[in-house]
Design a protein around this ligand. Structure first.
Ligand code: SF4
Ligand code: SF4
Length: 386
């Protein structure tokens, strides 16, 4: 249930305070390295700011898209920034908002974050200084001791950490995820995280038509029995390379090919009409169903969803019970905050019309801060009358 109120002007003050603290803490070299890093520029997405702990991923899942993004399945290495440099890089990002009701942070989008557990813990510690809701997604086995360390960070820093544990198959893991820990080990991970006092959630993504749809009920049941609180259900994004990889391990891709009109290097979402049925199945089994990771992170942190899914997103009406206008800040305060951030906007009830676009991610910043839907309608520049 939402417990935290969004106060845009306080968030801006917190950002100024944290920038000055981190500025003192870091050497000039560290500050420069952080400012040049992609975390200082990348725009947020629905799930929040994606944070990379590892570069490349040895698990080599057959459905994985990282090769299409320029990463590979060999030689993983820790991300080069230190924890405090990473925190400073995010603070340098114009679209980033710190604090409990600030931006969501999603760890582990282009690799497994716990390949280097100490690096992951270091990042959690330092990101914890910013106070944002943290979420990681993992296929790694997390031992009771490691789960305890993660929970201690959340406790010590008074922050929220939302663990997503990915399991998408019990029968085909040997071919689909042959180098990742087994689904059974991941069920143990769910148990260990719950025993440590965290709220683990099953990440049921990707659901691949014709490949694992038949398994979803038993996966949900096993995750529930292991201690998962809920399930995030997600579809499948493909490229030509991914479909060929699936065919090379003798999987039937006819249903994917039937649903997708064009296959090339671009990632495309496979139409996923089963999603509503699976969300219902999750609820039937007594778990919380989410259609988006931002909602699972928001529920754990007890904040109104920063992506404003409750206004025009995939809200599943989970027990967080985000509501408009109760959980969106007042217009007057948003407009003052926008002015300080260089944004020009009009607010019409639950919608913000952005009139300028001064930096990447401005529309998400407006969405996060205003907890409203955002449209970008740039003002036409009047031609000179000379
Ligand atoms: S664990 Fe994730 S990042 Fe690593 S190969 Fe599998 S899908 Fe890709
Ligand atoms: S599902 Fe709806 S109520 Fe739950 S966190 Fe998302 S927007 Fe809020």
């Amino acid at each position: 249930m939402v417990r935290y109120t969004v106060k845009p002007l306080e968030i801006i003050k917190l950002k100024e305070r944290l920038i000055s603290i981190f500025h003192e803490l870091l050497s000039e070299n560290e500050r420069e390295r952080a400012k040049k890093d992609s975390h200082a520029q990348r725009p947020p997405r629905w799930c929040g700011f994606t944070v990379h702990v590892t570069i490349n991923c040895p698990f080599a899942c057959a459905y994985c898209y990282i090769e299409d993004m320029g990463f590979n399945f060999g030689s993983p290495r820790p991300y080069p920034l230190s924890g405090r440099e990473l925190a400073f890089a995010l603070l340098m990002n114009k679209a980033f908002l710190p604090g409990r009701t600030g931006s969501l942070i999603a760890i582990g989008s282009v690799s497994e974050p716990f390949i280097f557990p100490n690096k992951a813990l270091e990042y959690l510690e330092w990101l914890g200084e910013l106070g944002n809701p943290l979420q990681f997604s993992t296929k790694q086995y997390i031992s009771p001791q490691l789960a305890e360390k993660i929970a201690n960070i959340a406790h010590k820093k008074k922050i929220s950490i939302s663990p997503l544990v990915t399991i998408i198959t019990l029968e085909k893991a040997d071919i689909l995820e042959k180098r990742a820990p087994s689904p059974e080990k991941r069920l143990d991970t769910i148990k260990n995280l719950r025993d440590a006092g965290l709220r683990p959630i099953l990440f049921l993504r990707p659901v691949i038509p014709g490949v694992n749809v038949n398994e979803v009920s038993s996966i949900i049941e096993k995750a529930r029995d292991a201690g998962a609180y809920g399930v995030v259900v997600g579809g499948f994004r493909v490229t030509e390379k991914i479909v060929k990889r699936l065919e090379n391990i003798d999987l039937d891709t006819s249903e994917i090919r039937r649903r997708i009109k064009k296959l090339d290097r671009k990632q495309r979402a496979v139409p996923f009409p089963e999603k509503q049925f699976i969300l219902k199945e999750v609820k039937k089994q007594g778990l919380i169903a989410w259609a988006s990771t931002c909602c699972a992170n928001s529920w754990t942190a007890e904040v109104p969803c920063p992506s404003a899914c409750f206004i025009n997103g995939p809200c599943t009406k989970c027990p967080n019970a985000c509501m408009y206008p109760q959980h969106s800040p007042p217009e007057s305060e948003i407009l003052i905050a926008f002015e300080k951030l260089g944004l020009q906007a009009e607010i019409r009830d639950c919608r913000i019309i952005l009139r300028n676009y001064p930096f990447r991610g401005a529309e998400f910043l407006a969405r996060n801060l205003g907890r409203r839907d955002v449209r970008v309608h740039l003002r036409k520049i009047k031609s000179s009358s000379i």
